[in-house]
Structures are given as C-alpha cells and as structure tokens.
Design a binder for this molecule. Structure first.
Ligand SMILES: [Mg+2]
Length: 231
C-alpha cells in the first residue's frame, strides 16, 4: 500500500502545455481523408473537449448522420493519431510556466500520486508529453479512449490509481487541475477539489464563474500549488 494521500489529475492542453497549430491542421486533413469534409474543424472550439467528441461535433455540423460518423470514427481516430505523431515536433510544444519545476517537485514527494485526466486520445496525448520529456511523470491516466464524455473520466482515473497503488482515493483527496469549465465540472463528479488555471483559452474571471476551489493565473508558484494539493 502506498503512503500517498493525494491523487493529482492533470489536464494536458492549456494546463501542462500548448501545441501550436499542428493538432487542428492534422485533424482537418484526417477528416477530409476519411469523411470527405473537414466540416467546422477550422473554427470549432476544441478547448476542454474530448478528441472523440470534437470529431463527432464537427461532423454533425457538416451534416453527416450519426451512423455515417460512427462508421468512419475508428479510421479517423487512427489517421489523426498517425498524422499527429508524424508532424508534431518539439518546437511546436510550449510547456506552461513552472510546469517542469512543479512536476519534478511533485514526483519527489511520497504523499502525492501523479496522473492524467485528459480529452486527448492516449497515443497522441502521450506524444505531446514525450516531446518536452514529461511523459515519464505519468505512468497511467484517463483518456478520450476510455469514455464518451469528460465527466466519465474521474472514476476511470481513480480505478487506475487503485490498481497501481492499492489505495482508493476519494473525495477531497483527488485534485483535478485544468484550464476550462469542463475540467471544473468533471471535478464535481467525485466531489474532488479543482485547481482552475488561466494558461489556456479561458481567462481567470471566466474560470472563477464556474466555482473551482481555487483559480490561478499560472502554476508557476510551485510552493503555493503544492500547499493547495497537500492541504
Ligand atoms: Mg485543457
């Protein structure tokens, strides 16, 4: 049994890092190839959404039926993942302020377990983390492959943490860190605590209106973030 008291679940895009340009362009090409149309992919708001949900929403807006979308889905997912891995390079990835220091500090503590809760498909999400060399901090996580909606991911993450550590993390011992209202909302599923961080596409005031436990401009103050997590 682990000595850890807290399970920390990080979102990826806008929270740990940003990938400039590549994701949207690769998705547009993948949708054109598989469905014959990119739909609204050039302008759709992807923030905080599951990769699978994005594909379905964009193709619905292009007028495709649910059965047509379902028929092409696995291929579109694979074409996107392969395209992303082929095109995304280190120079496209920007780590958010303080992330390298925060992950290093958290990884040295035996009272905290690090994990992911993300709308990324696992293969493309892992590639995003591998480029700036932070993938090794996250031995497991909950991904878009695991569920249809983000709100279904906290129980998946908690079950994986229990399988890895032997401990069932509950309630306020789970801390979700993300940059959108979708991250804040999914933290309510298991009555977890939530840190909203304004390093993505939402301003701090917007995030505060969704009532996270705390809203931060960045995660750069390592000591303050760790104090909140371990409180
Ligand atoms: Mg995000």
């Amino acid at each position: 049994m682990t000595t850890a008291r807290k399970l920390v679940l990080f979102d990826i895009d806008g929270t740990l890092l940003k990938v400039e340009g590549v994701s949207r362009n690769v998705l547009i090409e993948s949708l054109r190839k598989v469905y014959g149309t990119e739909g609204s992919a050039a302008t759709h708001d992807f923030s905080g959404k599951m990769d699978g949900v994005i594909i379905r929403e964009v193709m619905q807006q292009a007028g495709l039926s649910d059965s047509d979308i379902a028929r092409g889905f696995d291929e579109a997912k694979q074409v996107y993942i392969e395209g992303f891995k082929a095109n995304a390079r280190r120079e496209h990835v920007k780590l958010m302020a303080g992330i390298a220091e925060l992950l290093e500090a958290l990884s040295k503590r035996d009272d905290v377990v690090l994990s992911l809760l993300t709308g990324n498909f696992e293969q493309s999400g892992r590639h995003k983390l591998t480029l700036p060399e932070i993938n090794h901090y996250f031995p497991f996580g909950a991904f878009a492959d695991d569920a249809a909606t983000r709100d279904e991911l906290p129980p998946v993450a908690v079950a994986r943490a229990e399988a890895q550590t032997g401990k069932r993390f509950e309630g306020k011992d789970v801390v979700i860190i993300g940059d959108t209202e979708h991250d804040v909302r999914c933290a309510r599923v298991l009555n977890s605590r939530c840190i909203a961080v304004a390093t993505g596409h939402r301003a701090a005031d917007q995030l505060r209106s969704h009532n996270p436990d705390i809203t931060l401009e960045t995660l750069a103050d390592t000591a303050a973030v760790i104090d909140f997590i371990t409180a």
